[in-house]
Design a protein around this ligand. Sequence first.
Ligand SMILES: Cc1ncc(COP(=O)(O)O)c(C=O)c1O
Length: 455
Amino acid sequence: MSLPAILGGNPLRTEEFPDRITMGQAEIDAATKVIKTGNLSGFLGAAGKLFLGGPEVRKFENTWAEKYGFKHAISVSSWTAGLQVAFGAVGIEPGDEVICPPYTMSASATAAMFYGGIPIFADIDPENYCIDPKSIKERITERTKAVVVVHLFGHPADMDEILKITKPLGIKVIEDAAQAPGVFYKGKPVGTIGDIGGFSLNYHKHIHTGEGGLLVTENDDLAHRCQLIRNHGENAVDMYELDTLANVIGGNFRFTELLATIATVQFQKLDKILKHRQKLAKYVTERLENIDGLTVQKLKNDMTHAYYMFPIRYNAEIIGLSRNLFVRSVAAELPKPRIWETTPLAEAYVKPLYLEKIYQQQIAIGKKGFPFTYNDIDYKYEKGLCPVVEKLYEEEMIISPLVREPLTINDMQDFVNAIIKVIENSTQIQEKLGGDSETGFMDPAQAIDNIIDDE
Ligand SMILES: Cc1ncc(COP(=O)(O)O)c(C=O)c1O
């Protein structure tokens, strides 16, 4: 057995993993064409044809909508903006409760607060890592207006069970599919299984335009409201027949012609990217699934997965190493990352959102506790609120951004072999380094910081 690299042995691989290459000649050509027109945004913030954007924006929206059969696709400047627009469109008002998972990017919950919505956190399912329908049920009150469903890491949430609960109560469902473009659940594309949903086009996503997003819905009224809120709606309400003006006060959440033309080219690459990640994930899953102490996701036949991240549930007791020591030991076997995307493993993903200061101190909009104080209810964001999430955060969750293009099965082989080498040598590593008192996690933020610090 060769000496583990963390104990001074030779690393399993020294050749660096390739970066993501996201932009090519087609994007350059498309962008150049638009730049030459001199018109980088076709929007006009007033009633009329250009209220819905210029030709590139509308082309991009139609391309995505047609491919998946979405009735409406509405581009936005980011998916955070998209979430804010969606909360406005579904009619969130001050004091409305919005049930969200706490294991997600912060905006899935905070965006509701711009309308005075109060995030109420439900626990997640320990297998698909998405919001748990049983926990949603426990959190519902007469003030519940919406549920946010995040298809975390690209695995679809249990939409049927969620809708069974929400539909009879008239509770709106917003699908945060930022990490799950092109994902199917029981034959349906995620995004429009609930009332409204959407995708992120930020740099880290499968396809991107640096920043950007796309809202999708089957509902005409919601689509019109989104279009209004995206673009100074108060100026253009006469374009639509609305039953109420509530929340149509708008902003500038518009996408640009330049980004839209790049997005159209990027979109043509999505299927290939998804197929590639699925092939790599299948290989990694098959090699890790029988290892005691590691749990990889088992995907049901009637759904697909986008593998935005490859999650592994870790059992320190069985492996015999703390999660932190395991992650560091695997990293030592592999080339030093230069960017987040070449980092082999990271701990924890994100802190459960309700443990963040904004919820702990209940200060969000202004200094008087709005929206938390609106209902005269003592909202509790205490530790212990969502035990599954807390355990994943503190002990079990490991994610990898390596299961992606343009890495190959050979790269995956090295990645898996590094994991196996560490497990086979865990007793030796534990004996030598098990007493080290590590502080903090090597979470994604820390991993990125370490790389930046080294530069
Ligand atoms: C689950 C989730 N929701 C929301 C967002 C916000 O998207 P954006 O960065 O496009 O504003 C992200 C982005 O990381 C995300 O992963």
